[in-house]
Design a protein around this ligand. Structure first.
Ligand SMILES: CCCCCCCCCCCCCCCC(=O)SCCNC(=O)CCNC(=O)[C@H](O)C(C)(C)COP(=O)(O)OP(=O)(O)OC[C@H]1O[C@@H](n2cnc3c(N)ncnc32)[C@H](O)[C@@H]1OP(=O)(O)O
Length: 231
């Protein structure tokens, strides 16, 4: 275990979503939820052009306000600030697929029970691919994150080496989706995990992920990324 994967905080210990560790994250979760709703409203509204122009001006004004606030670019910057928790906590807030404070993330909730992992997620209209169904790329992203969490049970978390998704039937929007996964094999630096996604009791997709613990270690990988975060 290194700086990034040390078990100082495990957000996956129970089915309950781990609470925010500060008033900052609590406030950000609220804003993220409002932006998720905005996204859903944006893709569904058929307001007039004038109403859309007015809404754009309001959002643009808000963006200018936030752009003028102090900012941290990337999870590593949050970690180095020393003010926003351990890496596990920061990742739990900002991750692109599972982050509570990241409006891009569809609200994936995950927990471990022994060597099995469980999860729930609900994808709104903004995730539409085929009419009425979740975009296959998001199904793959959900599996990547979910299997990536499940591999933690193997004790040697690494990066996704390969991810194979089998799409058995379309995955519905606006439906509670249930995930489960288990370790198939963990040897040397490689962990193999397999999982399935269900909607209304029916399996819509299965996946297998091979995770490789980098020879340089996870923290060294992260250091290589310094400068990639667009500051
Ligand atoms: C306590 C709770 C706190 C929570 C705290 C967070 C926890 C932390 C969890 C992180 C959860 C991430 C969940 C998101 C997962 C992403 O989204 S990760 C992003 C997508 N993936 C990437 O960007 C990975 C890019 N690739 C790489 O960085 C490097 O190629 C890798 C995968 C790290 C491997 O590099 P390497 O260590 O130099 O590998 P190398 O020594 O050459 O090979 C080792 C072995 O693996 C095999 N291998 C290497 N690459 C591959 C591959 N791509 N496919 C298959 N086999 C491979 C080799 O053949 C070799 O096999 P053997 O010869 O030993 O049998």
């Amino acid at each position: 275990m290194d700086e990034l994967t040390a078990g100082l905080f495990n957000p996956f210990a129970s089915e309950e979503v781990a609470p925010p560790n500060s008033s900052h994250w609590e406030a950000k979760r609220r804003l993220a939820e409002a932006v998720r709703q905005l996204n859903d409203l944006l893709v569904s509204t058929v307001a007039s052009d004038a109403e859309l122009a007015q809404a754009s001006a309001q959002v643009e004004a808000l963006n200018r306000t936030l752009a003028d606030t102090p900012r941290l670019h990337g999870t590593l910057a949050y970690l180095k600030s020393g003010e926003h928790g351990h890496y596990g906590e920061i990742n739990h807030e900002l991750n692109a697929v599972g982050g509570q404070s990241n409006p891009l993330a569809p609200g994936l909730n995950m927990w471990l029970d022994g060597n099995r992992a469980y999860g729930t997620v609900r994808c709104g209209l903004a995730y539409e691919g085929p009419p009425g169904f979740v975009h296959g790329g998001f199904v793959a992203a959900i599996f990547d994150q979910f299997l990536g969490m499940a591999q933690v049970a193997g004790g040697q978390p690494g990066m996704t080496g390969t991810l194979t998704v089998r799409y058995l039937r379309p995955t519905p929007l606006n439906t509670e989706l249930k995930l489960s996964a288990q370790l198939s094999r963990a040897e040397d630096r490689k962990t193999l995990v397999s999982g399935e996604l269900r909607a209304g009791g029916e399996i819509t997709a299965t996946a297998e992920g091979l995770f490789v613990r980098p020879s340089r270690g996870m923290a060294a990988m992260a250091e290589m990324a310094v400068g990639n975060s667009g500051q």
